[in-house]
Design a protein around this ligand. Structure first.
Ligand code: FES
Length: 107
């Protein structure tokens, strides 16, 4: 059976920072939301698979974020850790409507 999507408001598109992320807390889950140079919005789990670094505080370059703790490079598009390190983080769908950014969560 298909799961329904729940929309959670992140904030105004214009207010989202560039170059690093915004932390969004939803119940017991933290999501890092990024506005890329291209203007696209991406959202990933806010916890580095290495030792739990806060990815929203990492530096963003192109389609990757660098963990602020030990500099692992993680794709904000598919959540994959880049070589030589390994692992992945969960990714989330987003939507922009009337200049507002939403996270789409499976419930
Ligand atoms: S906690 Fe992210 S690289 Fe170590």
């Amino acid at each position: 059976m298909e799961k329904t999507l729940r929309r959670v408001l992140v904030g105004n598109y214009e207010d989202l920072p560039e170059g690093f992320g915004k932390t969004v807390v939803i119940e017991d889950q933290e999501v890092a939301v990024f506005k890329l140079d291209s203007g696209e919005i991406r959202a990933i789990e806010n916890k580095c698979p290495h030792r739990g670094g806060v990815l929203a505080e990492g530096f963003v370059s192109g389609e990757h974020v660098f963990c602020p703790m030990h500099d692992w490079k993680i794709s904000v598009k598919d959540g994959k850790v880049q070589e030589p390190d390994e692992g992945c983080v969960q990714t989330f769908e987003t939507e922009i409507e009337n200049e507002l950014v939403y996270l789409l969560l499976k419930s």
